[in-house]
Write a protein that binds this ligand. Structure first.
Ligand code: CA
Length: 263
C-alpha cells in the first residue's frame, strides 16, 4: 500500500477542553473502504465524532448497510470490490432519505461527476489525505445532516418500553427488535402517545397536538392514521396492545412494562 497519512498524536483532553472535538452521541457513521489499514484509521478517528462507526470492505455489502440503517454520514471509497463507489452513491441518492456522503477518490478526473448532479456526493477527499482534514469534513457533514433534519444537536432520549423502542432523533421505531417504517404523521402520533402513557386523548385534542389544525371537522383523519399505525405496530390491530380505543372518548397508550435489561 502506498498511501501516506499525516497522523498526529491526538491529545483528546486538550481538544475536548478547547471544544475542537466533541463527540456527538446518537450519530452513526458508515465507512465503505476496502483497504483495511485506511478503514481502521478512519474508524479510530471518526469514533471521536460519533457513537458508532461501522466498516464495510465490500461494495455490495456496503450498499446494503447504507440502505438498511439510518446513518448520520457515509464515507465512501470510489474503487471497491463487487460494486464501485459511484454506483453505490447513485443508489443511495435514488432513495428519499437524505444522508451526507463524503467520497474518497484516488483520481481527480472523476471529481466533476462525483460532486455533480449525476452522482450527488456532498464532498470529497483525494487520497492521500490527512485524517485531521477528513475529521473536519465529516464534522461539517454531520452539522449539515442536523440542519437537514431540522434538529438541534441536543439529544432527545429514546423511549424504551418492553417490546418497543422509539428514537425521536432518528425518527425510528422498533417493535420486538424489528424496525417499523412509519410515515411522518404516524410517527408523530405514536411519539405523542408514547410520551403521555396512560392518558386518554380525544380526536380533537390529537388534531391540535399532532396536526396543529386547531379546529374540528377532520376527526376521520385521526381515525384513518390510527388504523394505519395500528396495522404497523400491533400484532393484532383489532385487539391492540399498545394504543387502546376508549369508546366514546378517544385513545390511550398503554405503556408496556419497561424492559430494564435494555436500558
Ligand atoms: Ca479502494
Amino acid at each position: 500500500m502506498s498511501f501516506t497519512f499525516h497522523i498526529f498524536n491526538h491529545n483528546k483532553e486538550d481538544q475536548e477542553s478547547s471544544g475542537e472535538i466533541k463527540e456527538m452521541p446518537n450519530k452513526q457513521i458508515l465507512v465503505i473502504e476496502d483497504e483495511f489499514d485506511i478503514a481502521q484509521l478512519l474508524k479510530i478517528h471518526l469514533s471521536e465524532l460519533c457513537q458508532h462507526v461501522e466498516i464495510s470492505h465490500d461494495g455490495e455489502q456496503g450498499l446494503n448497510l447504507a440502505l438498511n440503517k439510518n446513518w448520520s454520514a457515509i464515507v465512501l471509497d470510489l474503487k471497491l470490490p463487487t460494486m464501485d463507489g459511484l454506483e453505490i452513491c447513485r443508489r443511495i441518492r435514488s432513495q428519499s432519505n437524505y444522508v451526507p456522503i463524503l467520497m474518497l477518490t484516488a483520481k481527480s478526473t472523476e471529481l466533476d461527476r462525483v460532486l455533480g448532479l449525476e452522482i450527488g456526493a456532498d464532498d470529497y477527499l483525494t487520497k492521500p489525505f490527512s485524517v485531521i482534514e477528513l475529521t473536519a469534513r465529516v464534522k461539517a457533514l454531520l452539522r449539515r445532516f442536523d440542519a437537514s433534519q431540522g434538529y438541534q444537536t441536543t439529544i432527545t432520549p429514546a423511549l424504551n418500553f418492553r417490546g418497543m423502542e422509539i428514537h425521536a432523533d432518528q425518527r425510528a421505531v422498533k417493535v420486538d427488535g424489528k424496525e417499523i417504517s412509519l410515515t411522518a404523521k404516524e410517527f408523530d402520533l405514536l411519539h405523542f402517545f408514547a410520551s403521555h402513557p396512560d392518558k386518554v386523548f380525544n380526536r380533537s385534542q390529537l388534531l391540535d397536538q399532532v396536526w396543529g389544525y386547531g379546529h374540528e371537522g377532520y376527526e376521520h383523519t385521526v381515525n384513518s392514521h390510527m388504523n394505519r399505525l395500528r396495522t404497523k405496530i400491533e400484532i393484532d390491530s383489532h385487539n391492540p396492545k399498545y394504543i387502546k380505543t376508549i369508546w366514546g372518548v378517544g385513545y390511550k397508550f398503554i405503556a408496556p412494562e419497561t424492559d430494564h435489561k435494555n436500558l
